[in-house]
Design a binder for this molecule. Sequence first.
Ligand code: PCA
Length: 338
Amino acid sequence: MNPRLAFLRTAALTACLGTALPAGAQTPVEINFATAYSVDNFHTKNLQQYADEVRRATADKVAMRVHAAGSLIKPGEIFAGVREGKAEAGEVIMSSLANESPLFGIDALPFIVSGYADARHMWNASRPAIDKALAARGLQLLYAVPWPPQNLYSQPAINAVGNLKGLRMRAYNPATVRIAELVHARPVSIQVVDLAKAIADGQLELMITSSSTGVETKAWTRLGHYYKVNAWIPKNIVFINKTTFGKLDAASRTILLDLARNAEERGWKLSENSDREYEAQLAANKINVSTMDFFMRQYLDRIGEKLAREWLKQAGNDEWKVLLQYTTERSQQTPAVR
Ligand code: PCA
């Protein structure tokens, strides 16, 4: 065939094939989600439901797969991994990224959020800045869901400041490392996937985490005390690589964001409703559930203030604006009357 004819034939074929798919239609895309948390954790169940809903709503054009318990990317490497494209999407606890930017550590500042209503105000105030901070790192925020309030688990009873000295305290973010240092405990970084074993093996005597994680890791095997200090309400953020997101067609992108809004609503309710049930399970397993002694509580408040001062020194305009907006909105709300 002469070269000109061959060219025309190819052009015609391409044109035919081009019309075989409706304009804007997209070939199926696989999106792998890397998370550090177990299949049974409420965050992961919520993520799985999101993945199923997206698959259904896009008629299988966006096939999401959830890889739990650090099975796709190691827990500490998920954020970097998704940025580098090792997985298309991921979920991490936001405050673990506080060294990346103080903004990400805002929800682990101790004692400035007293419950879920405050936590919602904080999220409303911080969401646009977090969205921007993630976008600047090549990520699109999908949604955020809190863990239940963070409380103190301990092997010995804690009745005096000196009781904390020298204890091995499990840390999961820069704030918990710093708290351990300030109370003269010894920080040990342990990911939640390794925590049940670490507790059972006696690798720690102290930790701050939720009722949910305490139940999941059977904290009662060694840690007999649970003090309701209500220190902060940290959130997990769920995000997708921006390049991957940008390759989806407009309809799919809208579906992902719309269903993310539902997942966020659902997750907040799940978190809040589960806390009471998890605390009951701690008590049923003979953990001594109590509040802190008044003087100990004051000591912890001072530690919290020190952390806040250190944070404010690192913080810039974005962080200050968010904190100011949060405290302003919180002040406008009448506290719940007991
Ligand atoms: N559980 C996770 C993060 C916060 C929480 O409640 C953990 O302990 O690592």
